[in-house]
Ligand binder design. Sequence first.
Ligand code: XMP
Length: 325
Amino acid sequence: NWTMEHYVEEVRRSLAARVEKNPVLLLISGGVDSTVAGALLLKTLDPDHVHLMYMDTGLMRKDETKTVKVALEKLGARHLHIIHCEDEFLAKLKGLEDPEAKRKAIGDLFITIQEREVARLGLPDSYFLAQGTLYTDLIESGKGVGKKAHLIKSHHNVGSPLVDAKRKAGRIIEPLDKLYKDEVRALGRLLVVDEEVVRRHPFPGPGLGVRILGEVTKEKCDILREADAIFISELKKRNLYDEIWQAFAVLLPIRSVGVAGDVRKYGWVLALRAITSADGMTADVYPFPTKDLLEISTLITNEVQDIGRVTYDISSKPPATIEWE
Ligand code: XMP
């Protein structure tokens, strides 16, 4: 009779045997997976040996850095390294419009900063690198066995020179790699990770970078963050959030004409996306009650002055992907 408690004990035993007294470094993205991985390490190892590194790329959701920091401190994190690198990411993305070029720029900069900051920590060579990789991540990035590997978009979460070197040295820890998303959430609840984090919808590694179509700027990040936060908080208020597998807003590279009072207004167009899914490999459009959609649209255009028009994306996966880029 397999339970999550057994899983935690198994991880504790296997980590004790492998890691011994060496430090473990976990790269935290702010999502459910890496935060639960962090909780699991803090629970099963001496917290003094656990280093958590989180990069605030400026492409995060509203209040994300604060939420993650609070959650991890509550879990007993003692070495939490938060790297503020918004300016570096915005500079790197300047002028880039092509989705794959943007993904590559973000992924490459992630790696550069990661190497620089990990070196700055000065951990002994014997340290272990932990990742919040799930079973489905391994399948989607082509490393899975048993299912046909798909690589539609470049994912930067699974591989990097640092990860490859550690893998070669046999010093990678992926304590969630046999779990699906719903099991990770169950584990998170058992480990008393903040409910805000545990129920959080998945968020792509490149963050808002792939939800602002075309060139990414600080101004657009701020507009999208506000609109997305309104959408998400309304879903929670209306008890729809947990029925939906993933919901978010996308800022289109289009402006359209509208009216504000009796003046003509030229505002950005926002798309809302909400889907149901088992694992993100396929997805259906969430059949929104019209009333909620209309009310949310009004709230967004009232509160975010730069947005003039809101649309709802009614495409399933396939043929569309969940993200727009
Ligand atoms: P797509 O857009 O490929 O997304 O249908 C499937 C799921 O993966 C997420 N996604 C990513 N996650 N790094 C990630 O960690 C990425 O580069 C990435 N791109 C997409 C997406 O949000 C959805 O949940």
